[in-house]
Design a protein around this ligand. Structure first.
Ligand code: NAD
Length: 461
């Protein structure tokens, strides 16, 4: 295995050099090929993701297919502008020179994906990687084998392995990959594994983008429209069975709003996920947990919370052999319980009431910085307060999750929830080296002011 992986890596060296001088039109052609394949083989994608996660077709179309094709469309529209070297002014000290920033490909890149959006989270970073003129080795998640196989088939149908290739496998294969001196590693996954990736990258001083996880809080204050908040949160939390990195993880709600919020939440769980009243266990619109190991973890978290005094106010039904957990709401959370400490990543939602917003801000600021923070409030004062006094990769006011697909916003975390940004121009920059080019044009530079003796320099200080 090691020899095969080494060979794939070595074989991309020549190609990565050629790509440095290849026309931008070639990059666009690779992206167009990718888009055409995806649109032609939508059914294969739907089948693979359904096999792995039992995701409804409409979810797959939006979250796995549309997100990738719109990333490609955006790159195709903007690539000429993004790749154009940017002139910068030189100022008095550099008179006689010209200066520009050039966006050169980083070279050979490694992209590692998780299982929760197994197609999209593998292919979207590839779009940025190819747009920036790099080669790529892709490592899909071993937990979604049908999608991993499909990605391998897609890539071998589309690209020569010198440009893009796939290494399937789990920890052993990833560790071999991580020992190689890639020019950039783009990793999406858990914070714990993110630390392993960064430590391995440090050995080769490889730059990294880490798209990680964590607990994304929701605050619902006394001015919020609870019915509107409930509808959006139910969608954001229970779509994909709660296995979404930016899903609302826990709720702080003003005490006076709890009853109306819970009533609306129950209504929308049924309306959005079991509209034909089949019973949630049989509802077509409700996905499954990825595997029994994850389902067991979630049931353990639920039991731990209940043992420590949490009240199940909706849901609670589960069947690990079917990877099924009903949408579940909990109140009266003991703050030492695992549900309050760990990223949940499943269809269970703890709700804590508050009377004083300052305690909520204090709680958030003593935790690891979240990937996303959601606020439901009509008060511009509260909106500004939360914007200024908390840190998060992204913040959304009066909605959830929709920031992900915004074409002009950077996506990513901060510290424990991630390092670096992705999507659109930000993804392109992540896979590019911003090289400074300074040209001495007519020799009138004042650089000689820096030469010893430094008398001339002193005059301009
Ligand atoms: P994970 O970290 O377990 O696995 C991610 C990838 O790392 C997989 O390809 C896996 O094979 C590999 N891997 C696992 N253990 C490894 C090890 N010891 N050494 C080397 N490689 C290893 O994550 P997951 O369970 O697949 O995904 C869920 C996590 O991903 C959640 O924490 C979620 O929040 C996060 N996530 C983040 C984003 C984001 O954009 N920020 C998106 C989706 C998921």
């Amino acid at each position: 295995m090691r020899d095969t992986i080494n060979r794939l890596f070595v074989n991309q060296q020549k190609k990565s050099q050629e790509l440095r001088i290849a026309p931008i039109a070639d990059r666009k052609a690779e992206l167009k090929k990718l888009k055409k394949w995806i649109l032609t083989h939508k059914d294969r994608i739907r089948k693979a993701v359904y096999t792995d996660l039992r995701k409804p077709e409409s979810d797959i179309d939006i979250t796995e297919i549309f997100t990738v094709t719109s990333e490609i469309n955006h790159a195709l529209r903007k690539l000429n502008v993004w790749t154009e070297p940017k002139r910068v002014s030189s100022g008095f000290t550099y008179i006689g020179t010209s200066a520009k920033i050039m966006y050169e490909p980083k070279g050979r890149c490694l992209i590692i994906a998780p299982w929760n959006f197994p197609f999209q989270l593998m292919v979207s970073p590839l779009v940025s990687c190819l747009a920036a003129g790099n080669t790529a080795i892709l490592k899909p998640s071993e937990n979604t084998p049908a999608t991993s196989t499909l990605i391998k088939e897609m890539i071998s149908e589309l690209y020569a392995p010198e440009l893009v290739t796939v290494v399937e496998g789990a920890i052993e294969e990833t560790q071999i990959l991580l020992s190689l001196p890639f020019d950039h590693i783009f990793f999406t996954g858990s914070t714990a594994v993110g630390k392993i990736i960064m430590a391995a990258a440090a050995k080769n001083l490889t730059s990294v983008t880490l798209e990680l996880g964590g607990k994304s809080p929701v605050i619902i204050d006394q001015t919020a429209d609870t019915d509107d908040a409930a509808r959006k949160i139910v969608w954001g939390r229970f779509t994909n069975n709660g296995q979404t990195c930016i899903a609302p993880d826990y709720i702080f709600i003003h005490t006076h709003q709890l009853d109306s919020f819970v009533a609306s939440t129950k209504k929308y769980i049924a309306q959005l996920f079991d509209p034909e009243s089949q019973g949630m266990r049989h509802a077509d619109g409700y996905s499954r947990i990825v595997n029994e190991k994850q389902a067991n973890r979630l049931v353990d978290i639920l039991n731990d919370a209940v043992t420590k005094g949490a009240k199940v106010i909706a849901g609670g039904d589960h069947d690990v052999t079917q990877r099924y957990i009903e949408p579940t709401l909990l109140t009266h959370i003991d703050e030492t319980s695992r549900i309050w400490q760990e990223e949940i990543f499943g269809p269970i939602m703890p709700i804590q009431t508050y009377d004083d917003l300052a305690t909520v801000i204090q709680h958030i600021n003593t935790q690891e910085k979240p990937l996303s923070l959601y606020l439901f409030s009509k008060s511009s004062v509260t909106q500004k307060l939360i914007e200024q006094q908390t840190s998060a990769g992204s913040m959304v006011i009066n909605d959830v999750v929709i920031q992900y697909a915004h074409p002009n916003l950077p996506f990513g975390g901060v510290n424990h929830s991630g390092i670096g940004k992705s999507h659109g121009h930000f993804g392109f920059l992540e896979f590019s080296n911003q090289k400074s080019i300074l040209k001495q044009r007519i020799g009138l530079t004042n650089a000689s002011l820096f030469y010893p003796p430094v008398g001339g320099f002193k005059k301009i200080l």
